[in-house]
Design a protein around this ligand. Sequence first.
Ligand code: AHR
Length: 513
Amino acid sequence: MRTLIRWALGAAALASGIGVMATEAAAQVEATVAIDTEQPGPVIEPAVYAQFAEHLGKGIYDGVWVGPDSPIPNTQGFRNDVVEALRRLEVPAVRWPGGCFADSYDWRDGIGPRDQRPAHPNFFWGGVEDNAFGTHEFMDFVELIGSEAYLAGNMGSMEPRSMGQWVEYITGTADSTLTQQRRANGRERPWRVKYFGVGNETWGCGGNMTAETSAAMHSRYQTFIKAGPENGPLIRVASGSQGDDVNFTEVLMRDAGKHLDAISLHYYTIRHNWDKKGSATDFDEAGWTASIAKARQMDDYLVQHIAAMDRHDREKRVALYVDEWGNWFDGEPGAPALYQQNTLLDAITAASTLNIFHRHTDRVKLTAIAQMVNVLQAMILTDGPRMVLTPTYHVFDLYRPFQGAVPYPVGIASPSFKAGEFSVPVIDATAARGKDGKLWLALVNADPRRSAEVAVGLGRSATGRVLTADRINSHNTFDNPNAVAPRPYSARAGRDGLTLEVPARSVVVVSID
Ligand code: AHR
């Protein structure tokens, strides 16, 4: 007897969902996933689900901050709708203020009365930065959404003493001039800073350094970062490599590894090349497959960078933080810098990438998707008073049970889908024991047309949610915000055990009983 599948669909979802299921009934693939619950891995740190917010385009202004006098409903200047959406995601940490922006930023411009703060050109991204959103606003925002601060310090154009003074200003308790200044500016108690990034992309916008120079700079700068006595451990993160540049990681670990708590890695998924990245919404099955295949190259890059780290740090003391990742498409004409739509494809690549991170929890302790609101592969898009949650947001929502969970190895047997020059396995999966004690399984079906029957090999029933839509480029708009939204999903085992029907182009996350 086949597994009994029960789709609990709302009326609206039923209308769009039936067509999808009906046309897919004819073609289906079979796959198996085998979860090895005897081999638990290192915990999936909640910080693997961190966010990145840069002063760029509408990332901060309009996206997070509208100011206390705005007609858009806000709390002390922070948009209520965005704050509420982020609180739901249980965002573990937010990296700020860049990105490239960080290495041109002087934190002293962003404190004190807002109407007296200096305005400067935004050196990397254009426009004028009036510093209305500065240190107090960021730290208050992080508290408001229940998150942790990951500050990105300016190593490219600031002296180490000034960088260290930022941490003193925020976390200090002594009766120093800087803590007095903080109190005079309205904050009596110190804030807590959990992560401090030393520089950003030192091989590029952070100063065009060689790996050797970067290592020497990190050894010097990190010396002067010290948090106040009530802060708890402050994790110092060296700006690291990108993509497949393993030598940069190797040199950083060799020359500066003993001084570092973590090093970063950046990898963006570019469908074609930097000059022609491709459209976020206008692509065919070849484009869909290219993006998924390139996103999944993250696995190979992690293997290589972790091997380099292992050569210099067998105890795995230094963590690897993938603090910029995601799809980077061509911007839309007339749109703010790096603003792009977000489709079902982004959901598939986000879920695939999170699955990869779950396989490398021995080193990967934090990651930050780029970026949180209105920039690149965003969680949230805003337009004046309107807000829309993207398919990527819904993946992060579906994957919440994996924060702090204990991952299990998963053996996957799946056919592949080929279009254009790339081929990808249809089914990808991750499994973990959640903090709630439940066994959680996430399945990604990367096939644009065929559903998959996935034999799980354990359990009697599965309950959770599915994210799919009727087209590969389906996306949410301000006028149609729920074109791609999760729906309830459940299945019960038949005589042959538990088999889940995973719709074409979908992400399914279930707990298994
Ligand atoms: O996220 C956009 C930019 O990409 C960041 O500012 C930079 O670090 C990276 O190159």
